[in-house]
Ligand binder design. Structure first.
Ligand code: NAD
Length: 344
């Protein structure tokens, strides 16, 4: 089959492309090669921007440089595909606050265009939402342990109220896109899924302070750079490895059970920032210097998914543990150290 991946040259998108190439499918990456976040990392921006694209070209992915905000171009290039996986986004909360128009047009109009394309071409589509759609009122329900925030209630499922607490433009745009996916399922019977993703990590993730914290910590750890922890460092996420998410996309393609799904590592793969640093110190053998700064606007202190719905409907469960995944991430960073030279 032919798989059309928006944002294919990004972190998650590159894994999705690779996953389908390995299955023997034809893959098209549709990406505008934006540098918004990369410009802020201090990494070697042009080399970093080319890195995933070069990898994909090398394994036979067709690369299209174009924008999801351009509907006609999107439909044109998606024509003839069997499945659309929409990973293109403005994913950073900080950037959403600085440039809400970029955030809204990319995440809302971009997703709307993708859904319209899928409707016009009559193909299934999976879209990336985020657990930030639940908002951060969860922060008010936590206790503070030595190394992590604790929450007495069960893990968070898809029936949990959305958009609680203090909202940023990213909350608005990602939640709108999530609602649009459900709307297209209900109104047009589109075979669509919205994946509410927790922290994803893995190789080819150019994480920085704004997005991709596991990779940001790992890059800093390998290179011996200090890390600024915003807040106490006790924030908890059930992180999920990139290839596990690829398997979830494929499980949806096979099952076609349309809906909204939490996709995360679940309770066994939950860890706090401080606990992640402990694992990293162990793996890289470096002392990692940590500076502290106040919480950032909109920060969510705790999120652990209940993935029972995805398990039951899609037959999907996460497989890679944080330690296994972080070892692979660190190996990739060590092989590509030169990309990060010149970083802050
Ligand atoms: N990485 C995470 O921890 C995480 C967590 C939750 C949700 N998500 C969601 O998963 C998806 C993928 O995230 P990622 O970490 O791979 O992000 P990423 O920034 O690495 O990749 C996004 C890609 O989209 C492209 N893009 C941006 N605007 C575009 C546009 N207008 N047209 C075409 N392409 C455009 C970028 O050039 C980039 O290559 C996003 O929807 C994000 O919100 C990610």
């Amino acid at each position: 089959m032919k798989v059309f991946v928006t944002g294919g040259c990004g972190f998650l998108g590159s894994h999705v492309c690779e996953y389908y190439v390995q299955r023997g499918d034809a893959v098209v990456s549709y990406d505008n090669m934006t540098k918004h976040e990369l410009n802020r990392t201090g990494y070697r921006t042009d080399d970093v921007r080319r890195h995933n694209a070069d990898h994909l070209r090398g394994i036979g992915v067709e690369l299209v440089t174009a924008d999801v905000r351009n509907y006609e171009e999107l439909v044109d290039h998606a024509h003839g595909c069997d499945y659309i996986i929409h990973t293109a986004a403005q994913p950073a909360m900080t950037i959403s606050c600085e440039d809400p128009r970029l955030d809204m047009t990319t995440n809302v109009m971009g997703t709307f265009n993708v859904l319209e394309a899928a409707r016009r071409l009559t193909v299934p589509v999976a879209s990336c939402a985020t657990v930030h759609v639940y908002g951060n009122a969860i922060n008010d329900t936590l206790k503070e342990g030595d190394k992590r925030y604790l929450r007495g209630s069960p893990d968070i499922d898809e029936n949990h109220p959305t958009l609680g607490g203090v909202l940023t433009p990213l909350h608005a745009s990602k939640a709108s896109a999530d609602v649009y996916v459900k709307t297209y399922i209900d109104t047009y019977g589109l075979e669509a899924a919205s994946f509410r993703l927790t922290g994803i990590y893995g190789p080819r993730q150019f994480g920085g302070e704004d997005h991709g914290w596991v990779a940001h910590f790992a890059i800093s750890g390998v290179l011996g750079r200090p890390i600024t922890l915003f807040g106490s460092g006790k924030q908890v996420r059930d992180i999920v490895y990139a290839t596990d998410v690829c398997e979830a996309f494929h499980a949806f393609y096979v099952s076609r059970k349309a809906g909204v799904y939490n996709i995360g590592g679940g309770a066994p793969n939950a860890l706090s920032l401080l606990e992640c640093l402990d694992i990293l110190r162990d793996i890289v053998g470096n002392q990692i210097r940590v500076d502290h700064a106040p919480d950032r606007l909109g920060d969510l202190r705790y999120f652990v998914c209940d993935v029972a719905k995805a398990r039951a409907a899609l037959g999907w469960s996460p497989r890679i543990t944080p330690r296994q995944g972080i070892v692979r991430l660190v190996e990739w960073i060590q092989e590509n150290k030169k990309l990060f030279v010149g970083a802050k």
